[in-house]
Design a protein around this ligand. Structure first.
Ligand code: PMP
Length: 452
């Protein structure tokens, strides 16, 4: 720990009087952490306390903090040309789209926006308009999964499957339906994981049929549910979903907002499976959150329906800031860093090591399940290993808070309404050093030991 600076109480007071925080509520007793700077995988608060950021902010800072190269490209680009609306074009946007196409095996066109929510909104609008212009105007509904998070704007929130985030803002957008995701840990006793995943996929197909398949525009899912509690499907699930989409003319939209850019140990999460998504949305790790940028990647075959030359067939969607030149330049450099430092492979390696080291926690009385893919880990806490009753909020929060007390930030995720808000999440920068990993493991082991 560094020496404590002069307490800047006035900054906390100013914050409490002026800043409306996301999701959190603070008061005199519970105060926000004011972060002063970041170095590698670490953040340092205004009192000089250092924390390993085991959540990469909001699952986003994949290359870690303090990358001068990223600051430099943003500076250079802003000086040269700060802004171009994407009704026109510019070199960083062109180069970035070409680079993303290389990473995806070609065949996509890229629409720029500012956030993951934006990227999903664009996906929904493209899907609906595509079907209209393809002679199937009745296709307007989307199916997503309970427990999934797809964003905060009205459409993206409608696709989100966590009722606690939605019910005070309803009515939301019309035509968003949900099915249950595979939650392998909680599958019926005696059923194999494969069988169970196939059954969940069959429920999705039943939904499409019962809703009248000619009304279904698209299915949106993450390769694995992240914010809803790290629910990793068996490969047969997503491959069956792809088959169902093809069979019923439904577009497959894959939300790579968290899973993209190495988080799961490959460039994109869907690359673990045999999938060819029609639309892919990305944000967060695209720039490692150094600047806001998101992308909706759309198969060229779909794009062609918007580029027919017919009047009013183009996409009636624009946003002022999407494709900002500095943000695109940062994204390109960010991807270059990831490739140069082999961070996708490193993510897989660090994740494997973390899971192996934490295996012993399976014997902990309150640990029900440990699961992960790449440098993305979930620890599901229970009150009782036999009944699998979810651990109380207090018990889970105590682990989060004790980790923080020992200099490690981890997350708590799941779905309150589903009754599962009991999953600890760990999603650190992919650039963690071996020492960072060892620190993380040591803190987790210590904290769990103290909470037996
Ligand atoms: N999709 C997923 C899977 C996400 O996790 C998030 C954000 N956590 C979003 C979409 C929305 O992204 P944003 O917060 O940038 O709007």
């Amino acid at each position: 720990m560094e020496t404590v600076k002069q307490p800047t109480q006035s900054l906390v007071e100013k914050d409490l009087q002026n800043v409306w925080h996301h999701i959190s509520a603070y008061n005199e007793k519970s105060q926000p952490m004011i972060v002063d700077r970041g170095e590698g995988a670490w953040i340092i608060d205004h009192n000089g306390n250092k924390y390993l950021d085991g959540m990469s902010g909001l699952w986003a800072v994949n290359v870690g903090y303090g990358r001068e190269e990223l600051a430099q490209v943003a500076y250079d680009q802003m000086k040269k040309l700060a802004y171009v609306p994407m009704t026109q074009s510019h070199e960083p946007a062109i180069e970035l789209a070409a680079k993303l196409n290389d990473m995806l095996g070609g065949d996509y066109m890229f629409f720029y926006s500012n956030s993951g929510s934006d990227a999903n909104e664009v996906a929904f609008k493209i899907a609906r308009q595509y079907h209209q212009q393809n002679g199937e105007g009745a296709r307007f509904k989307f199916i997503s999964r309970y427990r999934a998070y797809h964003g905060s704007s009205m459409g993206a929130l409608s696709a989100t499957g966590q009722a606690i985030r939605k019910y005070k803002y309803e009515p939301l957008s019309h035509g968003f339906l949900h099915v249950a995701p595979p939650d392998n840990y909680r599958r019926p006793k005696g059923q194999s994981i494969k069988e169970y995943n196939l059954q969940r996929a069959q429920e999705l197909e039943d939904k499409i049929i019962w809703e009248q398949k000619e009304t279904i525009a698209g299915i949106i899912m993450e390769p694995l549910i992240t914010g809803g509690g790290i629910l990793i499907p068996h490969p047969v699930y997503l491959e069956k979903v792809q088959e169902i989409c093809n069979k019923h003319g439904v577009l497959l939209i894959i939300d790579e907002v968290i899973c993209g850019f190495g988080r799961t140990g490959k460039a994109f999460g869907h690359q673990h499976f045999n999938l060819k998504p029609d639309i892919i949305t990305m944000a967060k790790g695209l720039t490692s959150a150094y600047l806001p940028l998101s992308v909706t990647a759309v198969r060229k075959e779909i794009y062609e329906k918007f580029n027919t030359g017919e009047e009013n067939s183009h996409l009636r969607h624009l946003n002022t800031f999407g494709g900002n030149p500095a943000a695109c330049a940062v994204a390109l450099k960010n991807i270059e860093i990831m490739e140069r430092e082999n961070l996708f492979e490193r993510s897989a390696e660090l994740g494997d090591r973390l899971q192996k080291e934490l295996k012993e926690l399976s014997n902990h009385p309150y640990v029900g399940d440990i699961r992960g893919l790449g440098f993305l880990l979930g620890i599901e806490m229970v009150e009782d290993k036999i009944t699998m009753e979810p651990a109380s909020n207090e018990r889970v929060l105590k682990i989060v808070s004790d980790c923080k007390g020992n200099g490690l930030i981890i997350g708590k995720n799941g779905d309150t309404v589903a009754g599962y808000n009991n999953i600890l999440t760990i999603s650190p920068p992919l650039s963690c050093t071996d020492e960072d990993l060892e620190f993380m493991i040591a803190v987790l082991k210590k904290v769990f030991k103290e909470n037996e």
